[in-house]
Design a protein around this ligand. Structure first.
Ligand code: MN
Length: 160
């Protein structure tokens, strides 16, 4: 009986350890990798949740192109906005959404390249469970960079 109990406890311990390892692996699978430093927290008037911006190339008269990286924590997204000269996004990790007004919400993932034409109202951000790493490229900055609008409601964000 004693041997049986010890064996049972040993098997139970193995089972618990096995489950924990699996949980850790799942957590690692959804963890978002960063190439760049996290940067600065975006202002609450332009974002829902936490979005961190790190500048890579400042806009100047030679390149007239603004390049940077945003990390959206899970559930975080931009307000609706337009870019007077358009925007290109390069997704380097995670899962998120991009939506142009009047069009279906798109799911975006690592490796996706998303173009948003000039003066088109849109938003972008992370999925509820996984963050999003996006590089943004804003060309022709002499035409303007961004015009911020209203927050994205939970209904729009959740595609309801
Ligand atoms: Mn944008």
């Amino acid at each position: 009986m004693r041997t049986f109990l010890i064996t049972a406890i040993a098997l139970y311990s193995l089972l618990i350890t096995g489950c924990k390892e699996q949980t850790d692996q799942q957590a690692a699978a959804t963890a978002v990798q960063s190439i760049f430093p996290k940067g600065d927290l975006g202002p609450a008037e332009n974002f829902t949740g936490k979005a961190w911006n790190y500048g890579l190339v400042p806009a100047d008269s030679t390149y007239t192109t603004l390049v940077g990286n945003v990390y959206f924590e899970p559930g975080a997204r931009s307000n609706w906005h337009i870019h007077p000269a358009g925007q290109i996004l390069i997704i380097t990790d995670g899962v998120g959404y991009h939506q142009i007004e009047g069009q279906p919400r798109q799911t975006i993932r690592k490796g996706d390249v998303v173009k948003c034409p000039p003066n088109v109202k849109h938003w972008h951000g992370a999925s509820p469970d996984t963050g999003l790493q996006q590089m943004y490229l804003l060309p022709n900055t002499e035409k303007g960079i961004v015009q911020w609008m209203e927050p994205v409601t939970d209904e729009v964000y959740n595609n309801q």
